[in-house]
Design a protein around this ligand. Structure first.
Ligand code: SAH
Ligand code: SF4
Length: 367
């Protein structure tokens, strides 16, 4: 695709409008184009029926609506689908679709790799890191909708109902592009996914947490994983910069928290590291008074990782303590583990693991 043409997926609605005006197109063309792109999944201007022939031809010369290049699609026994996407600079990211009884969730990446090096996370071991553009973030959602034939976007029984920013990367270290793409997903005139169905997960980049709550109003998930600073410094090293108490205080003030709008605390269960009954009791104390859900994630192993998943017994004990304290505490069932699509397993180098090998892997813990 010619670099001289403008990629329209990189535009907010306002930017699209400015683009139309500055190219002497009527302002209302922006609304029409936006609907074709985001309600109907249309890529070609000549298929945009209510646009004049001459404007279609002109748009063809100055703009384009791309799709990301998919290099592999993996499908798990449990229905989870993972796409390995090759970007224009040849770097790679992964996108996951997780079907459940009452919803279909797309897990989006926000960066190529991640700079934060959490010790239990495969993504953090990837050398190459860069921010994704808004077009690359929204493009992941569009490729999933294409694959699932989920256009037009507002139809009954849509397959993509929820979005989690829980793929590769730290979304709050790429705030501008992430917030732009989330606004595109939420646009009523487009993909129209409600803020209540979008969750942004962060390891705790404090300066952007309140901003995300105010600007976007999406659900917040915090990758907590430890309840004291010395351990959290080791597991989630960004804690050395933004410590636990500051993080908790920031979350306590997250806009519009209520019983129907709670913070999700993600807690990866690492055998012998953070999974004792005392840890569970301290967790309860730490978040007391904050409308909360706790999401216990059995550690998902990856090649070369040196942690182990907690035993079922210690996960059950831990869950019971937090539930007895009045917090909802679902244990997250690993999804797509056989295709390396589970939390923390995403790393673009998965293509180096031969497919034959992937097919032989069996989920280690199914709870
Ligand atoms: N960077 C963001 C979002 C992506 S990670 C964040 O850290 O919040 C999504 C969740 O998976 C995070 O809670 C992360 O800590 C967790 N995770 C990472 N590696 C994991 C692993 N190997 N097993 C289970 N969960 C993991
Ligand atoms: Fe980055 Fe999140 Fe992985 Fe930590 S857990 S390395 S913040 S992707």
């Amino acid at each position: 695709m010619s670099k001289l043409k403008q990629n329209l997926l990189d535009f907010s609605f306002d930017e699209l409008q400015t683009f139309c005006i500055s190219n002497n197109l009527p302002k209302f063309r922006a609304t029409q184009i936006w609907r074709w792109i985001y309600c109907f999944g249309t890529q070609l201007f000549h298929e945009m029926k209510n646009i004049s022939k001459s404007d279609k031809a002109f748009l063809d010369q100055i703009a384009y609506v791309p799709r990301l290049n998919v290099s592999e699609i993996y499908e798990s026994k449990d229905g989870t689908i993972k796409w390995l996407v090759k970007l224009d600079d040849n770097s790679e990211i992964e996108t996951v679709y997780i079907p459940q009884d009452d919803r279909g969730t797309v897990c989006l990446s926000s960066q190529v790799g991640c700079t934060l090096n959490c010790s239990f996370c495969h993504t953090g071991t990837q050398a190459l890191v860069r921010n994704l553009t808004a077009g690359e973030i929204i493009g992941q959602l569009m490729l999933v909708m294409d694959h699932l034939k989920d256009w037009p976007s507002g139809k009954n029984g849509r397959k993509v109902t929820n979005i989690v920013m829980m793929g590769m990367g730290e979304p709050l270290l790429n705030y501008e592009e992430v917030s732009k793409s989330i606004k595109i997903m939420m646009s009523d005139d487009g993909i129209s996914i409600s803020r209540r169905r979008i969750t942004l997960s962060t390891s705790g980049i404090i300066p952007y947490i309140d901003k995300a709550g105010t600007d976007l109003g999406v659900n917040l998930a915090i990758s907590l994983h430890a309840v004291n600073d010395p351990l959290r410094n080791k597991l989630v090293p960004i804690n050395k910069k933004y410590n636990l108490q500051e993080l908790i205080n920031t979350c306590r003030n997250y806009p519009n928290l209520s019983n129907s709008r709670r913070i999700t605390w993600e807690y990866v269960m690492l055998r012998g590291i953070n999974d004792t009954e005392d840890d569970a009791k301290n967790l309860v104390k730490l978040i007391s008074g904050i409308p909360s859900k706790i999401n216990l994630i059995p550690f998902n192993p990856w090649p070369g990782s040196f942690f182990e998943t907690s035993t079922k017994q210690s996960i059950d004990n831990f869950a019971k303590i937090v539930m007895d304290a009045g917090f909802a505490s679902p244990v997250r069932k690993p999804r797509g583990q056989d295709i390396y699509a589970a939390c923390g397993q995403l790393k673009s180098e998965t293509e180096k693991i031969r497919k034959s090998q992937i097919n032989k892997l069996v989920p280690l813990h199914t709870i």
